[in-house]
Ligand binder design. Sequence first.
Ligand SMILES: Cc1cc2nc3c(=O)[nH]c(=O)nc-3n(C[C@H](O)[C@H](O)[C@H](O)COP(=O)(O)OP(=O)(O)OC[C@H]3O[C@@H](n4cnc5c(N)ncnc54)[C@H](O)[C@@H]3O)c2cc1C
Length: 461
Amino acid sequence: MSVISRPLVEQLREQVRALVITAGDPGYDAARAVHNGMFDKRPAAVVRAEQVADVIAAVNFARDTGLELAVRGGGHGAPGFGSSDGGLVIDLSLMRTVHVDPKGGTARVGGGATWGDFNYATHAYGLATTGGIVSTTGVGGLTLGGGIGYLARSCGLSIDNLRSAEVVTADGRVLQASEQDNADLFWALRGGGGNFGAVTSFEFALHPVADIYAGIFFYELEHAADLLRFFADFIPSAPEAYGAFPAFQIAPPLPFVPAERVGDTFCAAIVLWSGPLGEGDEAMQPFRDVAPVVAEMVGAMPYPALNSAFDAMFPKGIRSYWKGSFVTELTGAAIEQHVRHGAQVPEVSATMHLYPINGACHRVAADQTAFAYRHATFAQVIVAAWHDPAVDEQRVRWVRDYYEATAPYCEPGGYVNFMDDDDGSRVQDNYRGHYQQLAEIKRVYDPGNLFHLNQNIPPDP
Ligand SMILES: Cc1cc2nc3c(=O)[nH]c(=O)nc-3n(C[C@H](O)[C@H](O)[C@H](O)COP(=O)(O)OP(=O)(O)OC[C@H]3O[C@@H](n4cnc5c(N)ncnc54)[C@H](O)[C@@H]3O)c2cc1C
């Protein structure tokens, strides 16, 4: 049901000063679309919020009318929770301003900004904080789940850099959340996902990261086990300036790939060195020693260039399916399964990544934030993204087969931001020992479960 009665729409338009888009309005199709083309939801209304008052009014309206509420930041969520059939969407993407305080070393960013917005603003000051691998991903969803990215080993997860957040809760109040204010809410926001309210702004600590040394190495598949073993041994205790992770990857048609190897499947290392630039080339040596390099593109570059290097592979509307797990020990048996299934990666925009969860991430106490897997060594993600609906079943099958083959060697839970719409049964495992505390905080701030389009923690267990 995508249509609400005209009087109800008029009421919404009276209460919200921002643009309200409903079925039949120009721009409705663009306004309802999320990043993952597998979802084609038709909301009753999309509120294109521009300020906190719009968010409050929309939250109050959804609660009072009983319309299902979806909160959308960057719209990248794999399960399509940024939209709702017949519901009300608060689209925060116009709230994307970034204010940098270079003296204080912080940035305050609107709840709908992308990491591209964030990096653009902070790089001007030679500063950065941990964001994701792709710059079109939203700061909002990524941070609320934890925030894994290139800089995590040196700067911690995105949540480890979060200083405060401004939140509109289910009762329509605007709350500040920080170590000083509403500390329980602040704890829950750092890993508990979108369960607790609509975050209208985030304040982050920044680090002096401007130009980095980074890039990608391709190796023959026959060296995949060596590469994975190397990562298992090297990365947990490597200097924190390394932000590297292994992958399986079909070679795209890029100038550094020999023409006759375009389309071949490789194992790869995506590497970042955020230490002194002059040490960059030497820092790459372990990746040159691990196996003969078939193709490489590494060098000094601005951090935002690395953060947007993979953007073109994931355009809005591409279909996608994900499975994620945490890994404490990358065993020989697990590596065997990676080699088997990674070699069958079906598309240039399909891959398996093992992101390091160590270095600075391990220096934050396990109970300091709601993120439940501080003890993990890697966050594993298997993702397929493709354009042709005719191959939906094959792509989903590749991801599921790969996931099932590695699951015995992984933790039961995974990173909440790598869950898809069929992962509802894993929620308790994903929040692990923090689940009960999160449920208690949910009862305080959202007893009616208004914010339920997420990796949901129901207030009534
Ligand atoms: C191409 C791609 C690359 C990715 N790379 C990484 C990566 O490197 N590291 C990583 O950690 N994750 C990564 N992810 C996963 C990503 O963190 C999640 O998909 C995340 O949910 C995206 O956030 P979003 O704001 O873009 O998405 P949305 O779909 O807008 O939001 C997802 C959910 O987050 C909540 N939410 C979003 N914004 C707000 C807000 N302001 N207030 C309250 N709730 C909000 C809502 O519950 C919403 O349903 C990637 C995803 C994609 C598609």
